[in-house]
Ligand binder design. Structure first.
Ligand SMILES: Cc1cc2nc3c(=O)[nH]c(=O)nc-3n(C[C@H](O)[C@H](O)[C@H](O)COP(=O)(O)OP(=O)(O)OC[C@H]3O[C@@H](n4cnc5c(N)ncnc54)[C@H](O)[C@@H]3O)c2cc1C
Length: 408
């Protein structure tokens, strides 16, 4: 065998998996059809739990040293009411970061290389190599090079939502939901922010976060049903959407747009069975969800962590990939369901009442931001007991206010 593990795809899921496996002493090759630094269609909030992992692995410093500003506070504007607070700390991290993918992915590739993994850029996998019903390697080529076969005990598909590896092994999909929304984002200079901003409206969500080079990223998500109209004049519709978000439209018009608008309706929601004989999937190749909740990078970092642990046991002869599958699904499912709901862009009455009930209660706002950042599972908050706590207390506060007003 040439390697213990070959990882196809070298961005968040792939480079991280390769790094963690190499740190465990395994012989790892990670390949990507592009060379780094390389951008991709993705905005780039890393939620607090993802930041905690980067910190634990000693990678946060590289992100910070590159001038990526931390975002500790979030202003969540739901129209009738604004929730303003700080993220609850999570395993030593208390901020989200929004590094450009050119920076983050290159830092992860460097970390994989430093850990001892072989890295081949500009290498496209074109085929899987099989033996007796088991994947035993890949066949691919460097740009202008000839085709080579490389063998490994396990091949990991970290090759994104349109994963070649997943199709080649016929990975079963489940819990699939229709595409609900498209996304469009760009970068401004001269649009300073002191906190992250999210605007939740019927029919759209807008997110504003600071990133590298003193730029501010402004992201818009709207229902897929409006995509054909939107694409006829992207800039006009994008700015009109920002006009519906407080003074954001005015601030964006006064600022300078530094990059093109990137727009995509390619936002599937699906799970894939993440393992089989000689293969495993990680990151978007395994579970992908709408970008509206900005969880994909954080999910990929978590799943790389889970997969690296499972693979090193598996390669020591302890079957562990079924447990990886269970742990991944347990971790991601509540946020997946929440995200698919968010991407429908029609906040219901319970959600709106919830915002009103928690708005002037800092501890509840912090808890809400914990859900938003993925530090707390959505179903730990949006369940009957929590609702009773929130609405019960809100009712008591209103009752007390009324009694005080009558007595005055
Ligand atoms: C509009 C938009 C905004 C988003 N915003 C956020 C956000 O703010 N925060 C967040 O957490 N997530 C966000 N996401 C999601 C995030 O981009 C993904 O979840 C994340 O990139 C998944 O990482 P990955 O490593 O699994 O896959 P990818 O980033 O897709 O990387 C896959 C890699 O595999 C390589 N590859 C594919 N096929 C082959 C092959 N045959 N041979 C060799 N290499 C191959 C590709 O070149 C690529 O580099 C957003 C997504 C979109 C669409």
């Amino acid at each position: 065998m040439d390697y213990d593990v070959i990882v196809v795809g070298a961005r968040v899921a792939g480079a991280t998996t390769a790094m963690l496996l190499a740190r465990r002493g395994l012989r790892v090759l990670v390949v990507d059809r592009v060379a780094f630094p390389s951008d991709t269609i993705s905005s780039h909030q890393i939620q607090v739990p993802g930041v905690a992992r980067l910190r634990r692995w000693g990678l946060l410093e590289a992100v910070r040293a590159a001038g990526t500003p931390p975002t500790r506070r979030l202003r969540f504007d739901a129209g009738e009411v604004v929730l303003d607070g700080s993220f609850p700390p999570f395993e030593g991290a208390d901020a989200l970061y929004s590094p450009r993918r050119t920076l983050l992915d290159a830092a992860l590739v460097d970390a994989a290389r430093s850990a001892g993994a072989d890295v081949r850029e500009n290498f496209r996998v074109e085929e899987l190599v099989w033996s007796e019903g088991r994947v035993v390697g890949v066949r691919g080529r460097e740009r202008l090079g000839s085709s080579v076969a490389l063998r490994a005990r396990i091949v990991v598909g970290a090759d994104g939502k349109n994963s070649f590896v997943a199709s080649a092994v016929g990975a079963r999909t489940y819990r699939q939901r229709p595409v609900r929304a498209f996304a469009c984002y760009t970068y401004f200079s001269g649009l300073p922010v002191t906190a992250g901003e999210v605007y939740r409206r019927r029919g759209r969500l807008v997110a504003v976060f600071p990133t590298n080079d003193d730029l501010t990223m402004v992201y818009l998500s709207e229902p897929l049903s409006g995509f054909e109209v939107f694409r006829r004049d992207i800039e006009k519709h994008y700015l009109a959407a920002l006009d519906g978000c407080g003074d954001l439209g005015g601030r964006a018009r006064e600022a300078r747009r530094e990059e093109r608008l990137r727009t995509t309706p390619d936002q599937p929601n699906r799970f894939r069975l993440p393992h089989g004989p000689g293969w495993a999937l990680v990151g978007d190749a395994g579970v992908v969800m709408d970008s509206v909740s900005a969880q994909g990078i954080t999910n990929a970092l978590r799943d790389a962590d889970l997969l690296a642990e499972a693979l090193s046991a598996e390669l020591d002869g302890v079957p562990s990939l079924a447990a990886y599958h269970r742990r991944r699904d347990r971790a991601v499912r509540p946020m997946y369901d929440h995200t698919v709901g968010l991407a429908g862009h029609s906040p219901g009455i319970t959600e709106r009442l919830l915002y009103t009930a928690v708005a002037d209660r800092p501890a509840e706002v912090t808890r809400f931001l914990g859900v938003f950042s993925g530090a707390l599972p959505p179903d730990s908050y949006l369940n009957p007991a929590a609702m009773l706590r929130v609405f019960g207390a809100a009712g008591r506060t209103r009752g007390a206010r009324r009694r005080r007003a009558r007595a005055a």
